[in-house]
Design a protein. Structure first.
Lengths: 52, 403, 371
């Protein structure tokens, strides 16, 4: 079975990404605060639509 | 293959054993069957009536058989709030309290008048074990402690007995299901209306009610309660009582009635009574807003069945029956009008008239909302009761016709 | 790994996906804004959701229902397609972690507060990973077997509460005003009716694609009607004020079931229905993510990605929010817009692809065995 280049890259990348998440969760640091980012984009829009 | 078997075993252990997370064994639990709340010098006294598992198994009444002690015990704890008392209770209770099986909450009259019922609800709603369909009572002219320290015969669990009593008393009080905690919360906070709570009192006070040996005594009146009247609250503080007739008026307006018993007093100007059971009572309240005035029309329908005649009337005569029907209608009308008058005197909207107006016409309601309690006492009431006499029972002619 | 499912299984998967996790949340999310008109909000949400999905399914039909990851690559080209695929994978994993968190929130606030949320999170993720290990056909068949029972439980439970139903709790109708009603509808449109576009990765495995769009939309309609019914009955039985304040109104509603004092305390049944729906939802999200990763890596299977995906979902479900209130507030505010963004982007790429006549380049007759 040929372990192609794209396979290597995707698998390594995905492992790194999930390990960063796990580490940030276990060490209780917010390295990737997804919800804060999403909130900062959409909250103004929501306020515009329904007024807070 | 061997490796896979091992992994399978480990995984099945994970799945099976995780069911044990946060487990509490049955013999570590103390099942609370009722809670009582009393007021004493700005403190909340909480009573937990707990079930004694040994005492409830087999035998009659609270009589111990095999197990030891009575069927229930009542612990009393003092605290600032309800939850404070629950936590302080851990110091004196032998096991962990389990609130899932509470059947009733009894509030001392003094507590209801001085502190109001509002401080109780948040804990009861927030706690995941307490159900919101527990029945509420106010201990009439007494404390919750008195109500919760009686051993009752037949039913080993006084709390359960209390709940059962509500259902049995339905034909005289009209309230077929008891007033539940969620009803009170919804009325008070969600529907612009003042709550009512059923009253309970001890039938006959005697010294040894809190002793199982009292169960040996044949006189049963000193070990039972009476469901009587309705405690009327203004906002969340108790202001007064509705008597039994007014209670029936309340329950008819609020569609709580299934069957109700009516005793008519005037019997063609003779001495004697006529008793009816009114079944399938269906009431409807409508609000009319005409020329800036509010008028409420309560219409009641139902079927009456003759139960008893103690005067000489000709039951076989259709005209007499029509007269009787009229009596029943008048009697019910009187109940309803009295109740509304009493509520208007107290300025408490215990019928949800405000909510009715809101349902029908939210715009008009906005004008009344601010001072509804005063406006409520001025609304006009009209009743339209039409009970049909359906059956006279197993006999036609009464013995009283035989002079 | 056998991935084929039939149309009936697809309908049931759609129903489970819609009812899972929304079943307990929908009454609160709508009634919080629109009070006694919550069911109207829910009705609007279902209508909007249906319209969005009709457009979606029509677009997919032009591409012969190929895997969504393949379509984006064909329609948008290599670079845009790959970026979009990564975004979709992230959305799927993110959704899975929210659903897991939703489950553990429910368990520790209403069922077993003594327990640790990790227990439930790890258990459900293990189950989902195990399901995905055996492929889509596996969950399709499990779902086919269990969903009818779940629907039966659900209908019975609702029917048992109707003796306490009062129309006066729903009056006055339309009193809340259009803004409030649409605000209630807004929260429930994204969750679950836009989330379901993730099924774009599943549709390609349906045998016999003739009436596929009809089945898909029928599933959405059925699931949506179940939600409308739930909201309608929850508000009619409890009153808007109570529903508004409860974290899981449907569960509280079932606690009130009381038939002649014997048939009581059966609310955990609805909990089971809900958890099963949640399992299906997590499996579909995980499956979509895995398929996307498999597509990116051009690998023949997705097994190497199972472990990191499971870990990622677990970690994300814990560190996205600190507490349950933050979670609910976030979902209420941003969820629909967040998903609508993805919907619009994919829609844009796909329609541009059609304008550029890229859809003709997909061969409708070859099977996606490796995609």
């Amino acid at each position: 079975m040929s372990k192609s280049k794209s396979y290597q890259i995707t698998l390594t990348g995905f492992w790194i990404f999930s390990m960063i998440n796990v580490a940030s969760f276990l060490s209780n640091r917010k390295w990737l605060p997804w919800s804060d980012w999403i909130n900062s984009i959409y909250s103004p829009l929501y306020k515009l639509m329904f007024g807070g | 293959m061997r490796r896979w078997n091992l992994i399978a075993v480990i995984f099945s252990f994970i799945f099976i054993l995780s069911g044990c997370a946060g487990r509490v064994e049955l013999n570590e639990l103390l099942i609370v069957s009722s809670i009582g709340v009393d007021y004493k010098k700005d403190k909340t006294i909480v009573h937990f009536q707990v079930v004694n598992p040994g005492g409830t198994a087999g035998g009659q009444g609270g009589e111990p058989s095999g197990g030891s002690g009575g069927s229930v015990y009542t612990y009393t704890v003092e605290g600032e709030t309800l939850y404070d008392a629950v936590e302080k209770g851990r110091n004196i209770l032998p096991r962990q309290l389990l609130f899932s099986h509470i059947t009733s909450v009894v509030i001392g009259e003094k507590y209801a008048r001085k502190k109001g019922i509002a401080p109780l609800f948040d804990f009861m709603e927030r706690n995941h074990e307490v159900r919101d369909n527990i029945i509420m009572f106010v201990a009439r002219n007494s404390t919750a402690k008195d109500i919760l320290s009686i051993y009752t015969p037949i039913f080993k669990n006084p709390g359960e007995s209390l709940r059962n009593r509500v259902r049995l008393a339905a034909t005289s009080t009209g309230i077929s299901e008891g007033i539940k905690e969620k009803d009170v919360v919804r009325w008070r906070y969600g529907e612009y209306r003042d709550p009512v709570v059923q009253g309970v009192e001890i039938v006959k006070i005697s010294g040894s009610q809190d002793d199982t040996s009292n169960l040996e005594n044949i006189d049963a009146n000193d070990k039972t309660y009476r469901i009587s009247g309705l405690a009327v609250f203004k906002k969340d503080r108790m202001v007064g009582w509705l008597n039994n007739n007014q209670t029936r008026g309340w329950s008819i307006i609020n569609q709580k009635v299934k069957d109700i018993f009516i005793l008519s007093h005037n019997c063609d100007s003779q001495k004697g009574n006529v008793g009816f059971m009114v079944k399938n009572v269906d009431s409807k309240t409508k609000v009319h807003y005409i020329n800036g005035k509010l008028k409420y029309v309560v219409s009641v329908k139902g079927k009456a069945i003759l139960q008893e005649v103690t005067c000489a009337v000709d039951v076989g005569d259709p005209n007499t029956l029509l007269k009787m029907e009229k009596r029943v209608n008048q009697e019910l009308e009187r109940h309803i009008k009295n109740t509304v008058k009493k509520a208007q005197e107290e300025e408490t909207d215990i019928f949800g008239f405000g909510k009715l107006l809101y349902n029908k016409d939210p715009e008009v309601w906005k004008g009344y909302k601010e001072k509804w309690n005063e406006e409520f006492s001025n609304v006009e009431l009209e009743t339209d009761v039409s009970i049909k006499l359906e059956s006279v029972g197993a006999r036609v002619e009464t013995i009283h016709e035989q002079k | 790994m056998n991935h084929t499912i039939n149309r009936w299984q697809l309908v049931l998967i759609v129903i489970s996906f819609i009812m899972g996790s929304s079943l307990l949340m929908a009454p609160n999310l709508t009634a919080f804004f629109s009070g006694q008109d919550a069911w109207i909000s829910m009705l609007f949400a279902v209508i909007i959701g249906l319209v969005l999905n009709v457009i979606w399914i029509l677009l997919l039909k032009r591409y012969h229902f190929r895997s969504i990851f393949r379509i984006t690559e064909v329609a948008g080209g290599k670079v845009v397609g790959t970026i979009l695929n990564i975004v979709i994978i992230f959305y799927a994993l993110h959704l899975a972690s929210y659903v897991v968190r939703n489950l553990s929130n429910f368990m520790i606030s209403n069922v077993i507060p003594e327990s640790s949320p990790w227990t439930f999170q790890i258990m459900i993720i293990l189950l989902a990973v195990y399901s995905c290990f055996y492929g889509l056909n596996n969950i399709g068949r499990v779902n086919e077997f269990l969903t009818p029972f779940m629907i039966l439980f659900f209908i019975c439970s609702l029917a048992l509460t109707t003796n306490q139903f009062r129309f006066s709790h729903l009056q006055p109708y339309f009193e809340q005003g259009f803004l409030k009603i649409s605000q209630g509808a807004y929260t429930t449109t994204g969750f679950p009716f836009i989330e379901i576009i993730l099924l774009g990765s599943v549709l390609t495995y349906v045998k016999n694609k003739d009436k596929l769009s009809k089945s898909y939309l029928a599933g959405i309609l059925l699931g949506g009607s179940a939600l409308i019914l739930t909201v309608f009955i929850a508000v009619g039985v409890e009153g808007a004020y109570m529903v508004k304040r409860q974290s899981y109104p449907t569960y509280e509603l079932m606690r009130d079931i009381s038939i002649i004092n014997i048939f009581e305390r059966v609310e955990v049944i609805i909990g089971v229905v809900w958890i099963f729906g949640i399992l299906v939802k997590i499996v579909i999200c995980l499956f979509t993510a895995l398929k996307g990763l498999q597509h990116l890596s051009k690998s023949s299977n997705y097994h190497p990605f199972l472990l990191p995906a499971g870990l990622l979902i677990w970690a994300m479900s814990n560190h996205i929010h600190n507490n349950t209130m933050e979670f609910t507030d976030f979902v209420g505010r941003n969820w629909t817009l967040w998903w609508f963004t993805l919907y619009m982007i994919v829609l844009l790429v796909l329609s541009l692809g059609i304008l550029r006549k890229k859809d003709k380049s997909i061969d409708p007759h070859t099977e996606d065995t490796f995609q």
